[in-house]
Design a protein around this ligand. Structure first.
Ligand SMILES: [Zn+2]
Length: 386
């Protein structure tokens, strides 16, 4: 396993390393239940980038390169500086050939580390994505893009493309939020959700507030074992605090389902206040046990009101479409000002890129504990998977 120091002229570019590490991660994340940081950096800047990108509070380091300029093991200093890593073992690997070496190295050590390292912590769950049946994806994406000029699609709207994006970003699981724009779409959405669900894709079906047999349909969702539903006040034409919603909240609450609701303004609609922070508070006050998850950091582009009314309260929120809209310092303050356990990672893919959203989270330089909880811990707990 021990190889000589790296030669400067043998260094691959950072992007090559990135791609190789990602491929390895894909294998590791699926096969191992302990935490590993494959650390192959050739100079500290590159290592730092990979390390931050992959967001691994590591307990084992499996490789590093020497700093090309100083000859020192820069990665070990980097990791210990961050306080994430206890170096049980360090392999020194020649970067261009690490891929075939590292996997057997990890395999042979798996048993040795199992049980000592605790649960895997390098997990990422995207709590807000969308996808469509393959046969409808092209049309659905076109309709949705026509309705929201200026919005861009990063994927083709299929579950296959979503999975490829998850692989590229080391995202383990994605919640797929469905929206029934008419009551009669309930059955077909439910059927599709049962077809596509897997360890990695967690679909949330949808009911329409005008559904005449709402209670039956919410029971069907529970009977099929889904964790939650998705509602959208603009596409489903409701206000979060209107009377007829109370039955829906009561039914959802009584079944202990999660309710992901689009909150704040929507890029595709006039700025009518349908699910603003005051209305969200109304829902929380009337249904304190309802497992409500708000989107877009509480309410999209109603940030001042979010800070005034929602931050600091026990209200779940995911961060999609917020981090590129807020000043990083403001986003950081909001996240740190929110109670532990209530902030979730979400991207709204395909309308945002999962990898780019992850990068924006990394740039906030949140404390490790906040980060691991936000990226996966809170989501897994809500989904009953932790
Ligand atoms: Zn969405």
């Amino acid at each position: 396993m021990i190889a000589g120091p790296l030669r400067a002229d043998a260094e691959p570019q950072a992007t090559d390393i990135d791609a190789q590490v990602r491929r390895i991660f894909k294998v590791l994340l699926m096969q191992n239940n302990f935490t590993i940081i494959p650390f192959f950096h050739l100079h500290s800047q590159c290592g730092d980038r990979l390390y931050k990108r992959e967001l691994i509070p590591a307990s084992v380091a499996c490789g590093y390169g020497e700093d090309a300029a100083s000859g020192r093991a820069a990665s070990s200093s980097l990791v210990s500086r961050e306080g994430f890593c206890r170096f049980d073992t360090v392999f020194r690997l020649p970067a261009p050939t690490f891929a075939p070496i590292i996997i057997p190295a990890i395999g042979s050590r798996r048993e040795a580390f199992r049980g000592r390292q605790g649960p895997m912590t390098n997990r990422i769950v995207d709590f807000h994505t969308h996808a469509f049946p393959d046969a409808l994806a092209v049309r659905a994406m076109k309709v949705l893009m026509d309705e929201a000029p200026g919005i861009r699609a990063y994927l083709d709207g299929t579950t296959g493309d979503l999975l490829r994006s998850m692989d590229r970003s080391s995202i383990e699981k994605s919640v797929i939020c469905c929206i029934a724009t008419k009551p009669e779409q309930f059955e077909s959405i439910l059927r599709w959700c049962t077809q596509i669900r897997s360890d990695r894709l967690i679909p949330f079906p949808s009911v329409h507030p005008a559904d005449p047999i709402l209670a039956d349909h919410i029971r069907s969702i529970t009977d099929e074992g889904f964790a939650g539903i998705k509602l959208h006040p603009y596409y489903q034409d409701f206000f979060a605090d209107e009377d007829r919603m109370q039955n829906l909240y009561a039914q959802t609450d009584s079944r202990n389902l999660l309710l992901v609701m689009h909150t704040g303004y929507d890029i595709a609609f006039p700025r009518i206040r349908r699910a603003d922070p005051q209305r969200i508070l109304w829902v929380k006050e009337h249904f304190p046990d309802l497992r409500l998850v708000t989107t877009h950091m509480g309410a999209w582009q109603q940030w001042d009101e979010v800070r005034e009314h929602l931050i600091g309260r026990q209200i779940h929120m995911e961060v999609s479409f917020a981090l590129d809209d807020l000043e990083p310092q403001t986003a950081r303050e909001m996240i740190l000002g929110h109670p532990d356990g209530y902030m979730l990672f979400g991207t709204d893919s395909p309308w945002k890129d999962q990898a780019q959203t992850l990068e924006m989270v990394e740039k906030l330089r949140l404390p490790p504990q906040t980060m691991t909880q936000m990226l996966a811990g809170n989501a897994l707990r809500l989904l009953g998977l932790s």
